[in-house]
Write a protein that binds this ligand. Structure first.
Ligand code: SF4
Length: 320
């Protein structure tokens, strides 16, 4: 049988933000291994953070079919560095990607060239501009959600998918086109900071309890960075806040929270995630009522967290 190797598009697993522009331009199909976790029902045998433990277990059992893996080893997640190495030791071709803590664009440019070599080199330059246009639509969705024209749950599902654009730009365009606008009464404008909740229904739950999420910190990073070549990407992605010092991220947060006129902040933390240690600093530095919650295993939002969201809403209403 003749196989047309030119048609084969390798599936590239990514463990955190890795420029999807570059992966598509190298004729790869990015696949964010985190995006399947909230809907999964896997309780991993050996874990710290459930996010990395579940994708690691699924990779080791070959329940996620990928051709190679890019692990963000220097940047926003220390657990991924270890669990990514376990996946590499099981035989999955793996590349380790590092963001510069000091934001040095030349360092990041070198990292991107190394990644491009790992992926086989750039073949499709038009993908850069195609994704730039999609990210402009992402900015529009974010804005319309803030204006109460798109529900926070619907906006979140699209914004979080900008990490890999569903691995298929045409499918992703259709997903964007399917968004329907409505008029949502926003009573309590809330920012959701930290890593995304592991509960698949978190935004709908918050909205049903009178808290409208008008800012999703990490997904916003997915839509605000881009570029039409490696040099531009390096100069833009070097401001990825989760990979930078905390004071850099806090300065950025202050501007976004003010711009979106938020009434309060929910800081989502994940069991056994080092970002939990940032809670006391965020509380000290951000001048808003803050609710800190912690999740562990995927599923729907637990009753105990619902009660805390309700109490937070009541507190925000009392402060008015
Ligand atoms: S929650 Fe924390 S430890 Fe878990 S994958 Fe995200 S950054 Fe890593």
């Amino acid at each position: 049988m003749l196989i047309n190797h030119r048609m084969y598009v390798p599936k590239i697993g990514i463990t955190a933000l890795v420029s999807p522009e570059l992966i598509f331009a190298c004729r790869g199909e990015p696949f964010d291994v985190n995006n399947i976790i909230p809907a999964s029902r896997i309780y991993p045998a050996n874990k710290l953070c459930a996010w990395t433990a579940i994708w690691k277990e699924m990779l080791l059992k070959r329940e996620i079919a990928i051709d190679s893996l890019v692990v963000v080893a220097g940047g926003d997640c220390h657990n991924a560095l270890v669990d990514g190495q376990k996946a590499a030791m099981s035989g999955i071709p793996t590349h380790f990607f590092f963001y510069p803590f000091d934001g040095d664009p030349e360092y990041l440019e070198l990292q991107l060239y190394r990644l491009s070599d790992f992926l086989g080199g750039i073949e499709s330059f038009e993908k850069f501009k195609e994704i730039k246009r999609l990210k402009e639509l992402g900015q529009m969705i974010d804005k319309r959600r803030c204006q109460g024209k798109i529900s926070s749950g619907e906006a979140f599902r699209i914004l979080i998918s900008f990490s890999d654009l569903l691995g298929d730009l045409n499918r992703f365009k259709r997903a964007i086109e399917s968004i329907r606008e409505s008029n949502i009464e926003i009573k309590n404008r809330v920012a959701l900071i930290g890593v995304p909740p592991i509960y698949y229904d978190f935004h709908e739950t918050a909205e049903s309890l009178g808290l409208q999420i008008v800012f999703d910190e990490l997904p916003y990073e997915f839509i605000r960075h881009g570029g039409t070549d490696i040099r531009e990407i390096a100069r833009d992605y070097c401001d990825y806040t989760f990979a930078r010092p905390l004071d850099f991220r806090i300065d950025f947060l202050r501007k976004e929270l003010e711009r979106r006129d938020v009434d309060g902040v929910i800081h989502y933390t994940q069991f056994a995630c080092h970002h939990m240690l940032e809670d006391e600093v965020l509380r000290a530095e951000l001048d808003y009522p803050i609710l800190t919650i912690q999740g562990d295993l995927p599923g729907n939002t637990p009753q105990q967290i619902k009660l805390r969201l309700e109490a937070f809403r009541e507190m925000l209403e009392r402060l008015r």
